[in-house]
Design a protein around this ligand. Sequence first.
Ligand code: DGJ
Length: 778
Amino acid sequence: MITTDERSFRLDTDCTTYLIGKTKYGHLEHIYYGNLLSKEDGVNVLAQKRSIMVGSSVLYSREDDVYSLDGMCLEWSDNGRGDYRYSPTEFKMPDGSFVTDFIYERHEILEGTVAMEAMPTAYGGDQTLIIILKDKTYPIFIDLYYTVFKQTNVISRRAVVRNEGSVPVTIRRIMSISMDLPDECFQMYTLDGGWIKEGNLHKRPVSYGITVNSSTTGASSNRHNPAFLLAEADANEDYGSVYAFNMIYSGNHYSIIEKNERDYVRVCMGINPHLFEWILSPEEKFETPECVMSYSSQGFNGTSHNMHDFINEHIVRGDYKKKERPILLNNWEAHFFDFNEGKLLRLARDAKKLGIELFVLDDGWFGDRNHDRAGLGDYRVNPKKLPDGMKAFADKIRNIGLDFGLWFEPEMVNEDSELYRSHPEYAIKLPNRHSVLGRNQLVLDLCKKEVRDYIVEQVSSILDEAKISYVKWDMNRHIAEAFSTALKNQGEFYHRYILGLYEVLTRIFGPRSHILLESCSSGGNRFDLGMLCYSPQIWASDDTDPIERLKIQAGLSYFYPQSTMGAHVSGSPHQQTLRETPLATRFHAACFGCLGYELDLKYLSPEQRKDIAEQVAFYKQYRKIFQYGRFYRVKSYKSNKVIWETVSEDKETALTGFFQTLATAAESSDKLKVIGLKKGRFTIRTRSQRLYIERFGGLIKHVAPVELNPDGVIMRVANRHYSLKDCVETYTCSSEALAAGIPLCEQFIGTGYHESIRMLGDFGSNMYITEKENEQQK
Ligand code: DGJ
């Protein structure tokens, strides 16, 4: 666990060791982070050797010509002492300079986790090491916190600055972590994107100079998620050295990777210094967000598994921790703003018949919210839409046999709203400039106590009155003109906003832990560990096209488990891409998350209704494995395939989604690998699925007994009531054979159709169920 001696601090998890050295001048050196070392290994062998003076470098001590901070692997670093790399701090010191010299003062080891005062902290850690650094000239301290989460192979880090002097210190930058690693031909992997294309994984080599991963939008953002990987060049899903980093924070984040001329790679991560300035008065302290790190030599799946376990065990809290999530129906893509009670109840009744468990009423139920130009902020039920009020409506939904959930966007206001007319000062804007709008709305100023109180009061009263069991908390624009009349120093704005948000969420949902909170920000514009401390799941994207979801959910899966991703089956052609996709593929992609449906069920054909009812029943049967199973991105050797697998805790059941993006002509054979199972004999079978005859157009004449017009009425009616069966394969074999890969039946290539041909085409997919043979079956 955590052990120390005169020269080092050692943090062990089950499979990793993190080693910090202390130099004779009191600087902290980063010695090692990797696979678990033997007890005997220490700094003597592993510390970097310093035996030569490097030309043009600045020496820390006049007596020591090989001690230059610029050429060391450090665990923390200063400005103005000879290290020219990116410094984790930029403080304006009492003498007006930016020069600091933080050196070791003392340390403490505590059992468990040390929670922060105003920000979410991971809980349930095993031990915490606090290394206290003091500036050599001024009584200013930096406490470096390291918490070990042994079983999940995660170590968290954060820094706290304390001013024990008599004059204020201006903090222009304070990172949560800084550490230097010797280069391993690192590649950096980030999740980048934008609205409806969040979380796409990108890879770039770490080269000389600085690479930045950051957000400036006021949220963790859909542009660059805070999480990133550093991996050796040859790493793949199953092999190779990988470091994963993430941050428990929902605001502007900033990470740099800097490779210097000595081939050391610095990693810094923390609050974005962009437009940031914090005045730290005497006796005050400043807490930075907690960052989490994990290492695995088992490739990307290795660090993903660590991060998934960490989130399920130490981030998600409350009644929904490790609890199976309900299958929901959300009315947004069905209705947008155009609904009334009749439409909603019909949708809910249809949902109930299909086996759905929770009905979610999205945007448009309050004030004059009949479009996105008005009403935001006025959480009074619109009597034209729900004449008997929210409580009565919620009761009607419950009487149908469904739980009831409700949408809010509490951080925002339309200018055309009662709230704005009576309290224009609640909105973020500058008195001397015209406001810039996003989706016709302004952001409420969460730096102001009266605004926070207003939101808490408004939202809580509806939740209690209507006994709501699920909330979708939306946030649909970026912050622009960062300014609050509540602040003397506008450099504090962005961070104070996030502290305000965390306070509001704590006050509303702390006493109501029975409510399942799903956060959302135009989809995945705030998909981060900070929000996951309040909302066990997050709406991953407004993009419900499953082929886009393959990229979005796969990207997120590098850092976040399936239990955190809201994933819905919607209508096709998709509202975001105009792409047409099979219903089975929409379902199969959504299965690897918290399943929901988001389409107008009244337009479903009888055949589709049967199909969805079967999907819902299937998901319920395997829900625990879909939401909490061990997730693998299975390597595919073909670029048009995506293969996802989730395995039960006892390793006796695996569910594999086999997706084809674009079909190729005369597609060669496919193999299905099933990994992560215990040793033994297993049966693998295809989930039986329907093939809608409209998919085959004129080709149907080859199988139909009579010739039919592919666009005629008979075909359209037949398509509503009749479907073909897709190829079902069943094999029994060993876990070894499954891991090596089972060749599957050939795909359709235009030369015939029968029950042993897989009919995938563009965007087709299959789900395979692998289950251990029980004793009777043998
Ligand atoms: C954006 C969300 O991501 C959607 O799911 C929906 O809730 C709309 N906002 C409603 O305005």
